[in-house]
Design a protein around this ligand. Structure first.
Ligand code: AMP
Length: 526
């Protein structure tokens, strides 16, 4: 059977001395090997049984990317329980709601997130134990939860050999909730089988191409769809893992890249804006870094160029909680290598081709497949062994209305080479004079202007056209950006009727818990 525990068992036999490096909550660097990780995971599996957990029980985590969180990811699933990584950036009410909905029996919590759950104490009636991810010297005191357990004490003295159960590979191993951009978060349950297959697909050369020679740093948090599967993929191939903890600013990330020889990393576009600004301001390079996976929201072409100038390839990728998450990755084919620079740039803007195992189709309003011309808009439908068949403990959802397929809710184009470009979310697309305007293209153009740091385009009701695009921009420090600048900048890049009608300059834009622009809030500002 394809099991999470087998990935680790096999890896430790060949890569026992490979390093796992974490930045702890206190800022210190923790270092150990696959061998140590394997031993402590087995101790943790014993400790989980001693907490009285039964097969299939959910175990919640509120934690940064670090070695203890990694141990939980493997030991909880490996021992036959379900690891539920919770996003601490959701609204407190949503956090309480998903802990209740998941039925988490035990919570493992980073010391700096204790305050968050103390406020939710009344709603955590189903939680039987709270374990703090720390040693005794760093244990907080809580009037709300006087019986807090200490992680290091919990595993200390446990036997370091555990008989991992030979589960059916379709047994549940993990649970993640969507970021709730368009409603309440929904739970997606992964099987051991889908988790291993996803890890393999992510390692493929036409995806993130991970190998034993890599030093991989998942900047995307484990609470954002299990760090896009990188903690599994890295262990599967025996790569060095660098876990950056809570500090994702330019100085901290650059420091880890330099000291740990990071070759590959991945995260949402907003986090890279910070790193690129820091590198430019300090006249630094990105050293050993060769590849960065960018997804979660569209990667602006200008970001791809900035990385390229530093010798780093961007792998633009697309995915959803429902697809484990990575389902598309943009890697050129052999015939693309000789394309002129402009055509290569246009290709990199796309979210890419399906990963091994993913099948897709794009449907027009008549539910028929649209032409593969890279121009016609349609709804992206996907299926495959890493795509969910329904939401956890919930009624039938319309996204699964067509048997065997998942309706992503994204509006896309598909070209002859199988490359998908995301135009917008169905709910965000702007309908003007009977035509659709995609906000992503307009945002990408805006951020290519040297004065613009971040941009969002949303619809404004219009008596004549139905809707018109409004551009919100956050200017770079000390820069200005006016409606006249916008007009000049868009001229010749898009059809005249697509150019935003209004420009609003703001200090900041609202984001979701996973760093995407929060379009529903931005629309309220119009
Ligand atoms: P979530 O429900 O939080 O898993 O978010 C999934 C959604 O994020 C997708 O349906 C897309 O709308 C968006 N998304 C993810 N990756 C990309 C990307 N590379 N470009 C544009 N949108 C993306």
């Amino acid at each position: 059977p394809l099991l999470v525990s087998s990935m680790l068992r096999n890896a430790v036999k060949t890569h026992g001395d490979t390093e796992i490096v974490s930045r702890t909550a206190e800022g210190a660097i923790h270092r150990y090997t696959y061998e140590d990780f394997w031993r402590r995971s087995q101790q943790l599996a014993h400790a989980l049984h001693r907490l009285g957990l039964r097969a299939g029980d959910r175990v919640g985590t509120l934690a940064w990317n670090g070695h203890r969180h990694l141990e939980l990811l493997y030991a909880v699933s490996g021992a036959g329980f379900v690891s539920h990584t919770i996003n601490p950036r959701l609204f407190p009410d949503q956090i309480a709601g998903i802990i209740e909905h998941a039925g988490d029996r035990v919570l493992f919590v980073e010391p700096d997130m204790l305050g968050l759950i103390e406020k939710l104490a009344e709603r955590l009636q189903g939680v039987e134990a709270i374990v703090i991810l720390a040693d005794r010297s760093r244990m907080p005191v809580s009037a709300r939860f006087p019986d807090l357990l200490c992680y290091e004490e919990l595993i200390e003295g446990q036997p370091n050999v555990f008989e991992w159960p030979q589960l059916d590979e379709r047994t549940a191993c993990g649970l993640c909730y969507t970021s709730g951009t368009t409603g309440a978060p929904k739970g997606v349950l992964y099987s051991h089988r889908s988790c291993v297959l996803h890890a393999m697909a992510v390692c493929m050369p036409d995806s993130f191409g991970l190998a034993a020679a890599d030093s991989a740093m998942p900047v995307v948090p484990m609470f954002h769809v299990n760090a896009w599967g990188l903690p599994y993929a890295s262990i599967l191939v025996g790569a060095k893992l660098v876990l950056p903890g809570a500090k994702l600013d330019g100085t901290s990330l650059h420091g880890l890249i330099a000291s740990e020889g990071v070759t590959m990393t991945a995260g949402v576009p907003t986090v890279w804006t910070g790193l690129l600004e820091w590198v430019a301001a300090h006249g630094e390079t990105l050293g050993s870094l060769r590849k960065v996976g960018i997804g979660g929201s569209a990667c602006p072409p200008v970001m791809i160029e900035r990385f390229a100038a530093l010798g780093v390839d961007v792998v633009h990728a697309w995915g959803m909680t429902e697809s484990s998450p990575v389902a598309l990755a943009c890697q050129p084919k052999r015939k693309h290598h000789h394309l002129p620079a402009e055509a290569r740039r246009a290709l990199g803007r796309k979210q890419g081709r399906p990963l091994t195992g993913i099948e897709l189709k794009v449907l027009g309003p008549d539910r028929r497949e649209v032409p593969r011309d890279g121009k016609t808009f349609g709804r992206l439908m996907i299926r495959g062994p890493t795509v969910a068949a329904g939401y956890f403990a919930s009624e039938n959802d319309e996204a699964f209305a067509e048997p065997g397929w998942f309706d992503t809710g994204d509006v896309v184009t598909l070209d002859q080479d199988g490359f998908v470009e995301i135009v917008d979310r169905t709910k965000d697309v702007i309908k003007s004079g009977g035509e659709w305007i995609g906000s992503i293209e307009l945002e990408n153009i805006a951020v290519s202007h040297p004065s613009v740091r971040e941009a969002a385009v949303v619809a404004r009701p219009d008596p004549k056209w139905g809707e018109r695009p409004v551009l919100f921009v956050v200017p770079n420090d000390g820069k200005t950006f006016t409606a006249t600048d916008a007009l000049a900048h868009y001229d010749g890049k898009v059809a005249k009727w697509c150019i935003p009608t209004e420009v609003r300059v703001v200090d900041a834009l609202p984001h979701t818990a996973t760093g995407k622009l929060l379009k529903s809030e931005i629309r309220k500002m119009v």
